[in-house]
Design a protein around this ligand. Structure first.
Ligand code: HSE
Length: 402
């Protein structure tokens, strides 16, 4: 029997206990041993839970218990989650987590610490909830050079966009539903302003290219500026509106960004709706490969956490290849201004706008749902900024095409 502990008995933490209990037989059959929850750390008591008797309020009960070999950090937030993870790894305990904030900020250090202490730090559930993406990138795509990763990485915003754009729901109602279903972060601003997706794309970028960029230092836009007119333009012209995390190497440096995108309906990401996430990896030998599934929610996410525990249980005492992240230096960041794409620009429906746009962009905007809209030729962000400034008019909307 292998004893495990859970730090944090919230939505996903309690899901981990539930998966371990509900699927105990299948887990035992696979491992030829049991995974037993020995302790659960939380500030609260859970007298009505079947796991209530395992609750402790003292982290030392877990840290100092030599029979606990695997710890699931399910606390969320940076502190004390990072501090507890560090202490467990230093004590030689392996740690699994769904905490993308800690992985995105401290992953390089924690992976190094795990290696130094003969432990492992696994974070399959930190990106894409229950979707296998971290392990495939570390193992199954290892013979490839990764060219780019584009993904719908946030279930809450994808749920909101789907409810709003396809079912006509109001933004506040759609967000409230996502919260009620347990998809949203404690502070949903992290979802709707793109920070959650930024944390996930920097993790994927580090897996693909090595340097772990700071999620606060990449270009990041959320969905709060998307308007009904944007959605109507997309629907009329064969696009879906999606919040996309994207990474590639640009000029030998790492570009990572989160922005709403107009995704052509022929692109498989356009069909990823509701809480589902989709991650499209372009690899030099394999070509494009898509990972799809539930990107948030209690049991999908917990199932990936438990799979990490099982991976550790399977390889106890053996050396297993782990990803190596480096802390990104200033020089690792690509120049966002050099990124090239086509962009939809919408302006007020005024005669002089049409004249200015035609002069600067060489094409006449079309009238779409009361706005003057044009889709630029492919050009760099810097060049587009320059042309917009030549027009001397701030666009009402600026949405990149994927
Ligand atoms: N709030 C996150 C989401 C949870 O909606 O995707 C999963 O990371």
């Amino acid at each position: 029997m292998i004893n495990v502990a859970i730090l944090g008995f919230g939505v996903v933490g309690s899901g981990v206990a539930e998966v371990l209990q509900s699927n105990a037989k299948v887990i035992e059959k696979t491992l030829s041993t049991q995974l037993a929850v020995k302790r659960i750390l939380d500030l609260r008591d859970f007298p009505d839970s079947p796991f209530g008797h395992l609750i402790t309020h003292d982290f030392n009960d877990i840290l100092n218990d030599p029979t606990i070999t695997v710890v699931a950090e399910m606390m969320g937030g940076s502190h004390p989650a990072y501090d507890f993870t560090k202490a467990c790894l230093q004590a030689g305990k392996s740690v699994v987590t769904s905490n993308k904030e800690v992985v995105a900020r401290f992953g390089a250090e924690l992976l190094e610490l795990a290696a130094q202490n003969g432990a492992r730090y696994l974070f399959e559930a930190s990106v894409g909830g229950g979707i296998p993406i971290i392990r495939p990138m570390v193992n199954d795509l290892a013979s490839n050079k990764i060219l780019s990763v584009s993904g719908i990485l946030n279930g809450t915003t994808n749920y909101i966009l789907t409810q709003m754009l396809e079912h006509g729901a109001a933004y506040a109602d759609a967000l409230a539903e996502a919260q009620q279903k347990g998809y949203a972060e404690r502070n949903p601003a992290a979802d709707v302003e793109g920070l959650d997706a930024a944390r996930k794309i920097v993790i994927l970028a580090a897996l693909a290219f090595g340097p772990l960029l700071s999620p606060d230092s990449i270009h990041c836009e959320g969905i709060t500026q998307i308007t009904a007119e944007d959605a109507a333009f997309a629907a009329d012209n064969g696009y879906a509106v999606k919040l996309i995390g994207y990474t590639e190497l640009l000029g030998g440096k790492v570009l990572a960004m989160v922005t709403p995108r107009l995704v052509p309906i022929s692109n498989p990401l356009a069909g990823v709706c509701d809480v589902f996430n989709g991650i499209l990896v372009d690899a030099n030998m394999l070509g494009e490969c898509m990972f799809y599934g539930k990107g948030a929610g209690k049991l999908p996410t917990a199932s990936a956490v438990v799979a990490d525990m099982m991976d550790i249980a399977t390889h106890l005492g053996t050396a297993v290849r782990a990803p190596k992240f480096s802390v990104a230096a200033d020089d690792d960041y690509a120049d966002f201004g050099a990124y090239r794409c086509r962009t939809m620009l919408a302006f007020e429906d005024k005669k002089e706008i049409y004249e200015k746009a035609e002069r600067v962009f060489g094409e006449l905007p079309m009238l779409s749902h009361g706005r003057a809209v044009l889709v630029s030729a492919e050009m760099s962000e810097a060049e587009l900024d320059e042309r917009i400034s030549q027009m001397g008019v701030t666009p009402l909307s600026r949405i990149r095409l994927l």
